[in-house]
Ligand binder design. Structure first.
Ligand code: PAF
Length: 281
């Protein structure tokens, strides 16, 4: 497994592979890898010959007072896991390599970036799209895989790729959950014992809404009200947002009539967790 810490090394590797007509997949990550990330690698292997994983905790997607400094990191273990997974190359740059003195340029996908997660994290998606565009230019993938857990991020990156005519196919990969339903996330490590138990309420609220819809309840206000009630019944939970949106456009809907995503952001203690579920009425 090759390990590249500079942009030049990574670009040279990717250029050479492309000369050989090799299909490259990029799996961008912020490290502290778990089964969710490994499922992205498996998905990438279905579509490409060579797999590049990037590990970079991107400072520009964290707001002031957010957990950039505390974000969990474990480079040694990550590299071990990726070696076992037979990944071809890992791009693992320093912040100064990605954002040298004088860096000024950002990429933003309009109003899609300002709602839901973007409302409580105003610069977040601008940081995500900027770093992902840089990673695309550095690793030159034919495809890139993004987890559906960050559904808004997946839609925004797809839109950026279309709008900027990037010759890259964006492939979604399903959410991986713990046995009790909690979506895997590096941030789950922040949960204290009691919070971890209560955190399952996020998935439970999604399952409850899906059941109500299956039974014929399509009014979003009512569904949201019930989810609110359930989540608020937990001592450590504080709702950031619950929204029902069109799965393709992320526009809010008032009735569940077409393919709809329920998006949820909830604070459990000091962990801000997100989850979502597709509803096909
Ligand atoms: O989803 C993530 O882990 C990050 O937002 C990403 C896509 C690696 C960009 O930093």
């Amino acid at each position: 497994m090759k390990i590249f810490r500079t942009i030049e090394e990574q670009q040279n590797y990717s250029k050479n592979e492309k000369c050989e007509n090799i299909k490259i997949a990029l799996v961008p990550t912020m490290g502290f890898l778990h089964e969710g990330h490994l499922s992205l690698i498996d998905k990438a292997k279905e579509h490409a010959d060579k797999i590049i994983v990037s590990i970079f905790v991107n400072p520009t997607q964290f707001g002031e007072g957010e957990d950039y400094k505390d974000y969990p990191r474990d480079e040694r273990k990550d590299l071990e896991v990726l070696r076992e997974k037979n990944v071809d190359a890992v791009f693992i740059p320093e912040v100064s390599e990605m954002y040298p003195e004088g860096f000024r340029t950002f990429c933003e996908v309009g109003e899609l970036s300002n709602k839901y997660c973007g409302e409580s994290r105003p610069a977040h998606f601008r940081g995500v799209t900027t770093v992902v565009l840089k990673l695309f230019n550095i690793t030159k993938p034919d495809i890139a895989v993004f987890g559906e857990k960050d559904y808004q991020q997946y839609i925004i990156i797809k839109k950026m790729t279309e709008d900027l005519n990037l010759p890259i196919e964006i492939i979604p990969s399903p959410i991986i959950r713990e046995g009790d339903g909690l979506a895997l996330s590096s941030r789950n490590i922040y949960l204290e014992k009691e919070e971890r138990i209560e955190a399952t309420v996020i998935y439970e609220s999604l399952v409850m809404a899906r059941k109500m819809i299956d039974e014929g309840e399509y009014e979003v206000n009512l569904l949201k009200g019930k989810m609110n009630e359930l989540i608020k019944s937990k001592k450590h939970a504080r709702i950031d947002y619950i929204e029902f949106v069109d799965s393709r456009t992320l526009e809010k809907v008032e009735k569940v009539e077409n393919p709809t995503r329920i998006l949820v952001g909830v604070w459990i203690g000091k962990a801000r967790l997100i989850d979502n579920m597709e509803i096909k009425p």
